[in-house]
Design a protein around this ligand. Structure first.
Ligand code: ADP
Ligand code: MG
Length: 512
């Protein structure tokens, strides 16, 4: 009997209907099976692929054992359905396929992404199971399906040197501007042109050598020379004996997504510059006003001594102004290459800008720096992180004043044993709710209405990651239950850990 049924055992109704809709495009008949039905081998006679929630899929595999769903000597492809997003709404990283599954399908995803993934799983499965000479013959059967997939699909020969392409679908032709005829027989690397020094390419080479799956985002170039960001997933295709004969790739042009993320980072930078400019204008305004007054007085004064006094004070005020402008120039000097800097100096550069504002809003600054070594980092980026933490702390104390505690000390990360610095930014402000704590690092999440962008911590966490550091938070609202103390005080503590050699190491590993 020909197995052309796609069995579905998924609890979530939306995911279930999504997969049902895609079955038709795969030229298969969808059938829904509950856990009781899964225990009746007869129900599975015509099933070629079973999609089940991961826990059900695991139980099914355990209960049936390997041989039971290998009737007529044919396996059934078992696909585990997992969550694509965490409860907080962040996208979970792709998991590698493991035994006993033929594939892993994270849901929810767009229908076209699901179709692309299922057609590749099916292709790999059929190549493995059916009595075809090679995956290439199987390809002729899957070609019809691949043609309707809107993601680019490419198949490369893994038995030949240099992995020559043997097939690409129409969506791949549209995405790259090359036709099937131009591409067949070539290695996929022509899409990189001269741009060979990318981290993702090393990951691909390793995966090809080790004959396993990989997903990366790399820069590629269309035939007309235009660059695009390509999210590429590669999967090995095995024959009946388990030999990897082909690699099949799913390509998606994610240029728009990446451009959007870049624009967001840029707009947070602009917002930060705007806030800084406002603070500086404010700081400069007071001394300038007094210089104007002093000059007025000096002009009207007849006696030399009194005039000299006015001019001396005016000079002092002006030197304060030039100090401020020098500081702000230093603050916004963009560093494109990492260098070593004392954490204390970084903190001072940030706090200098805010001191006047703090005292005006009844905020007391407590500062302590324990001795530590310089950190190798991108100075302006790390300053942006500290600046955002300080701004957030000040915002949280805006109505009632309070204490801002900024400290730095040496620390060792227990997991890796790497040494570095911990910068603490703590406030006695409002604290935050559980919901806020859970969504803190999500782009656009803000509780400040139009006063906030919700991008500060999102950008900061990206910067910290690039420096191989960590950002931790503890927070408490007034009157919130807490085992550690009985008083009802509120506040927030951010801990920023940066390894001494953070971005220095990254540079070394990117070079090899
Ligand atoms: P924004 O400051 O523009 O709102 P952020 O990403 O910097 O964006 O912060 C997101 C949210 O996290 C803030 O709106 C606020 O609710 C919360 N938050 C951050 N830091 C603190 C803090 N120190 N105290 C209380 N809430 C905070
Ligand atoms: Mg902020």
């Amino acid at each position: 009997m020909k197995r052309r049924q796609l069995a579905i055992s998924i609890a979530d109704p939306i995911s279930r209907r999504l997969v049902e809709g895609i079955a038709a495009q795969l030229e298969m008949e969808p059938i829904a099976l509950d856990t009781a039905e899964l225990q009746q081998p007869r129900r599975l006679d015509a099933v070629e692929i079973l999609l089940a929630d991961e826990c059900i899929a695991r139980k099914f595999a355990e209960a049936t054992g390997d041989f039971e769903y290998r009737r007529d000597g044919l396996h059934m492809a078992l696909v585990a359905v997992t969550a694509s997003m965490s409860a907080e709404g962040t996208v979970l990283p792709k998991r590698e396929v493991e035994q006993p599954f033929a594939g892993i399908l994270p849901l929810p995803q767009t229908p076209s992404a699901v179709l692309a993934q299922l057609s590749v799983i099916l292709y790999a499965h059929r190549a493995y199971v059916q009595r075809y000479e090679s995956a290439l013959e199987e390809l002729s059967l899957n070609r019809r399906i691949f043609q309707s997939v809107t993601s680019g699909i490419s198949v490369a020969d893994a038995m030949a040197d240099e992995f020559p392409l043997v097939y690409v679908n129409p969506a791949f032709e549209v995405m790259t501007g090359y036709s099937l005829e131009e591409i067949v027989g070539k290695n996929c690397r022509f899409l990189q042109q001269w741009d060979r020094d990318q981290q993702g390419l090393t990951a691909i080479r390793d995966a090809l050598r080790e004959r396993r799956e990989v997903t990366v985002v790399i820069r590629n170039y269309r035939k007309d020379g235009a660059a695009f960001w390509n999210e590429l997933s590669l999967s090995p295709i095995r024959d009946r004996n388990g030999m990897v004969t082909h690699f099949v790739g799913i390509q998606n042009d994610v240029t728009a997504r990446i451009a959007f993320e870049d624009a967001l980072r840029e707009s947070e930078k602009l917002a930060a510059v705007g806030r800084l400019a406002a603070s500086i204008a404010h700081e400069i305004n007071n001394p300038l006003a007094s210089v104007t007054n002093l000059l007025y007085l000096a002009r009207r004064e007849k006696g030399d001594t009194a005039r000299d006094d006015f001019l001396r004070i005016a000079e002092q005020e002006l030197s304060r102004v030039s100090q401020l402008t020098a500081q702000s120039l230093r603050f916004y000097k963009q560093s494109t290459r990492p260098h070593a800097i004392q954490p204390g100096d970084l903190i001072t550069a940030v706090l200098d800008v805010y001191t006047a504002k703090m005292s005006k809003q009844r905020m007391v600054l407590e500062r302590r720096d324990a001795p530590c070594q310089p950190v190798v980092c991108l100075e302006s980026e790390v300053r942006q992180v500290i600046s955002n933490l300080v701004r957030n702390a000040m915002d949280a104390m805006w109505s009632s004043g309070g204490r801002l505690i900024v400290r730095s000390r040496e620390a060792t990360e227990w997991r890796s044993g790497r040494r570095g610095v911990v910068i603490t930014v703590a406030d006695t402000g409002s604290g935050m709710s559980r919901e806020t704590r859970d969504r803190l690092y999500t782009a656009f999440y803000t509780t400040k209405g139009i006063g906030g962008t919700g991008l500060g911590l999102w950008v900061s966490s990206g910067i910290v990651q690039r420096h191989y550091g960590r950002l931790l938070v503890k927070s408490r609202q007034r009157g919130q239950a807490d085992n550690s103390s009985s008083c009802g005080s509120a506040g927030t503590v951010f801990l920023l850990y940066l390894p001494y050699e953070g971005i220095g190491e990254a540079r070394v590993s990117a070079a090899d």
